[in-house]
Design a protein around this ligand. Sequence first.
Ligand code: CAA
Ligand code: NAI
Length: 246
Amino acid sequence: MRLSNHVSIITGGANGIGFEAARTFAEEGASVVIADYNEEVGAERVASLREEGLEVTFIVVDVSSHESAAQMVAKAVSIYGKVDSLINNAGITDDAMLKKMTTEQFRRVIDVNLIGVFNCTQAVLPTMTEAGKGKIVNTASVSGAYGNIGQTNYAAAKAGVIGMTKTWAKELGRKGINVNAVAPGFTETAMVESVPKELVQQLKSQIPLQRLGKPKDVAYAYLFLCSRESDYVHGHVLHVDGGIVM
Ligand code: CAA
Ligand code: NAI
């Protein structure tokens, strides 16, 4: 068990990569908080993992709200007494070409994918600082690292996540808190289902490993960055993308 006596909050844990991470962490002995705004799916997912004997709790959150993020972390601490890791995984897309993208579309994605990461990290900081240790993992993207047609808002947010990761690594290292990011490539979840099929085929041919990522590929990277095996890895952006960004 790589995460025994470990409490982890996984935002966006009701679906896709976050849900796979919740299962992976719980199987490694962690107590997992799935923090998501989709209450219905979140509750179903928690029930299914509990049936397998895993220690998982659902807490509703809208990461784009500072207050909601603070309430979510306070609730997690009241249940488990501490937070050892925070995975800032919740995210959305709202794609459009630059000429068609509205300011509302731009703001919506920034609010969730960038400000959401800020809100949750700020909320968890007092408890990790008090403990003198913690692991923060931010979910970036191939789009934030090298841009992607149709994703002005999303690429801006994810590039911002990389900038915050490096800044927090510098600020929080002396508090014993590790901060890293994972930058997944195109991964088989609902998010990629919105991409036109021909484009996905075209994309696959550009990936050296010639396949899309699976949620488990990303979950394992989160696991590494939350385990003691990565204690000296800090301010790093781990690309999990089949080699598309080198
Ligand atoms: N590469 C090359 N050309 C592209 C392209 C691409 N990736 N995307 C669009 N184009 C071209 C189209 O072929 C089209 O060319 P023509 O004018 O010559 O026909 C032109 O750009 C305009 O494209 P659309 O007709 O598709 O324009 P639209 O306004 O109808 O739709 C769009 C725009 C919503 C951005 C749509 O193209 C789209 O959904 N693209 C996919 C965006 C994408 O990759 N999203 C990733 C989602 S998954 C994710 O975000 C996870 C992650 O972290 C990577
Ligand atoms: P998904 O759409 O399957 O799951 C995202 C989850 O986030 C959902 O459960 C949703 O309810 C939750 N969520 C959205 N907005 C929220 C909010 N305001 N507050 C709380 N929860 C919210 O997406 P997927 O693919 O699992 O993505 C997970 C992360 O990985 C995202 O940050 C995404 O940007 C990133 N990513 C995904 C890639 C992919 O190809 N699927 C590639 C690179 C990065």
